[in-house]
Every structure is written in C-alpha cells, then in structure tokens.
Design a protein around this ligand. Structure first.
Ligand code: SF4
Length: 369
C-alpha cells in the first residue's frame, strides 16, 4: 500500500512543541506546518490535512458495547479520529463535524491516564486497542507512536496492546522489544469486497504478507472478519480468504478471530449513498437491531458465522473465535453455545490471552510448577 503523507499539518499551540509534533516535523519534511491557538472543526474533508489538537476528553474508554449484545470488555486507547482509507461502510463518516485526520498531541496526559488506570487495576488482564476511531498504523510512519506504545506494553505484566489496521505499515514494529504483549491485527474480507468497499486499503495479500512478517518478529496476531458483507458468491470468497490466511499464517500465532456482519446506524445509509454511489452494500435486506443499527436478518448472519467458524475450526479447533455485538440466540445458532456458558465473553478473551500469549493466571501457574 502506498504511503500518502499529509501535505499540511495544523497544530494547536498547546501541543506545537510536544513529542508528537516533533516526530511529525521530522518525518514530514515536505509538509507545511501552521500553528493556531485553537482549531475549528473543518467544514470540508481534505485527505491532505492532518490536525493535531490538545485533547480535553478521556484517552481510555470502554468499547461501546450494549446491554442487549455480548460485549468483550475491551478498552480503547483514544489517540485520534478519522481515517483517510475511506472504506464505504466506515462509521467515522458520520463524524461530519470533524472530517479530517486528527491526532491528540498531548501525549504526556495520555501516558499519565494510561499508567494511572493500569496501576489502579492490577488484578485482571486488560485488553487495550487503538484502532477504534482511526486505523492504528495509518499515520505510524510519521508519528512513530508504535515505537513508544509497544515497548511500554512490554513492561505491563497484566495488559496487552492490540494494533488494528488495514495497512501494511509495519516498518516501525521491526526490531522493537515487544515482550510478547502486542497483538497486531488485520481485518480481512474477500478480494472482491476489498476492491469494491476498501479500495484505498492494503490488498489482502499485502496484509497477510505484513502479518507473516510480524509473526516472524515474534508478534502475536489477530484477525477480524468485520464487516462481513453479503454478496452473490460470498461463500467461495470467504472460503478463499480463510484458505489464504491459514496457508500464510501459523494458527498458533493467532490470539483471536472476531466475526461481525455489516451493521450501521440508519443515518449512515444516506451518507454512503452520497459519498460512495457505486457501493451496493446499503441495498441489502436489513432489520433494525436492538441497538438501533441496521443488520442482516438473523438467519443470514448465523449462516455467515457458522460457515466461517467451521473453516477456522478445521485449521485450529482451539483458536478463540468470537462474535462482535451479537445476542445469545445468534451465538447458539452459529457457535452452538452462548458466552455465558463459558464464563462470559470477556473471560473467553482473557483465556485466549492467557493460553496463547502466556500472560495472566495461566502463566503464573506454569511458572510455579
Ligand atoms: S480502515 Fe477502518 S477506520 Fe479507516 S476508513 Fe476503513 S473502516 Fe474506517
């Protein structure tokens, strides 16, 4: 995937001399830099502009699960918003008042909040990821944030970092002391879905090559089939992607694989129609779920999930697969059990961290024997 450096960086004065601003000045020699007292929300999207602001909100957030669907207890480390990969289905398009790539420049406060949280909550495993409101590695060639985060997590005995991406920008991850505490994760789809709905992302073969290179560096991996998209021939498309995945990657390196069918708030439909007129994804048959989002009918979702799960089980019966934001009924229809029967979804994922990565109670037991 081609790196597209921002051409203009707008910095709020409070963060213009910070570590992040310094990395950007060093790594973006061709960009113009402008310092402003306070940035206003842009009225038009420009993929050439990068904004660096003094963030006043919470850097650590709980993943927005809902009461009705199973939630995995994940924490989001919020480092910025928006993404220029511009997938047709991306929920961030609804953030129209903040259309440009935006990073939070007050990293000292982020480190303070993260360290405070981890030291106040030492008695459980924390799964923390940065790829919720932007892509984890899209700007990493310029920010170098992974070179700070990965060694930091290597020294946290009870936390793991997940970097989620659709790029192959893994250059900064090479040679880092990760201590086996970072999971590098890619979302996957069949080539035909990637070409239509994610054309500015890395090709699926490039993502798998990058994943393999990370595995060779000793990183753990994860994959997300999310959003799964219905189209004629989806079975052969997803089967082929899974075949390529397990040809290229040793399943023993994979900590989890999540599955989630396309879902979107009704307001996003008109945005997708306007911004991506050639996309057909919003013209399927949907029902409104318990969280207000439009989803495929339950039978269709269950069919996706059981089909993909079967392929995962053939490759590795022990590999942790889970559903993102689904109800007990759909879990039972497709997985044959509900998370409650396994101690809850958060415990299922903690156990995957313990057993695959050797972090948490299982490692303590192993060390004491
Ligand atoms: S890569 Fe993720 S964050 Fe970026 S546009 Fe696509 S869905 Fe949105």
């Amino acid at each position: 995937m081609k790196i597209r450096p921002p051409k203009k960086v707008l910095l709020e004065s409070a963060v213009a001399d910070g570590a992040l601003a310094a990395s950007l000045r060093k790594n973006l020699p061709g960009a113009s830099f402008e310092v402003l007292e306070r940035l206003k929300d842009a009225s038009r999207r420009s993929s050439d502009v990068l904004e660096v602001v003094d963030f006043r909100g919470k850097f650590l957030k709980s993943c927005p699960g809902t009461r009705r669907y199973h939630c995995c207890g994940y924490k989001i480390l919020h480092l910025g918003t928006q993404c220029s990969i511009d997938c047709t289905y991306c929920i961030l398009q609804a953030y129209l008042n903040q259309p440009n790539l935006r990073l939070f420049g007050n990293l000292e406060e982020m480190w303070g909040e993260l360290s405070g949280f981890l030291s106040e909550n030492p008695s459980r495993i924390h799964r923390i990821g940065t790829g919720e409101f932007t892509d984890s590695l899209l700007l990493d060639p310029f920010t170098g944030i992974s070179r700070m985060l990965v060694p930091y997590f290597a020294n946290t005995p009870h936390a793991v970092l997940e970097l989620k991406t659709k790029t192959d920008f893994i250059g900064n991850l090479k040679g880092l002391d990760h201590g086996g505490h970072t999971i590098v994760a890619w979302s996957l789809n069949p080539d035909e879905v990637r070409n239509r709905e994610e054309p500015f992302s890395a090709a699926i073969s490039e993502r798998l090559d990058a994943a393999r290179a990370c595995a060779e560096e000793g990183y753990f991996l994860a994959f997300h089939f999310d959003p799964i998209i219905d189209y004629p021939g989806w079975k052969s498309g997803y089967a082929k992607t899974l075949e390529h995945l397990f040809e290229r990657i040793d399943p023993a390196r994979i900590v989890w694989i999540s599955l989630g069918a396309l879902r979107f708030m009704p307001d996003l439909k008109t945005i997708i129609q306007k911004r991506h007129p050639s996309s057909r994804i919003v013209y399927g048959e949907f029902i409104r779920g318990l969280d207000g989002k439009m989803r495929y009918f339950r039978d269709i979702r269950a069919e996706f999930y059981s089909f993909i799960l079967d392929r995962i089980r053939r490759a590795d019966p022990e590999l942790c697969a889970y559903l993102c934001m689904e109800s007990d009924d759909v879990w039972r229809d497709s997985f044959g059990f509900s998370p409650e029967e396994r101690g809850g979804l958060d415990r299922m994922l903690d156990r995957a961290v313990e057993s695959r990565m050797g972090i948490g109670p299982l490692r303590k037991e192993a060390e004491s024997t």
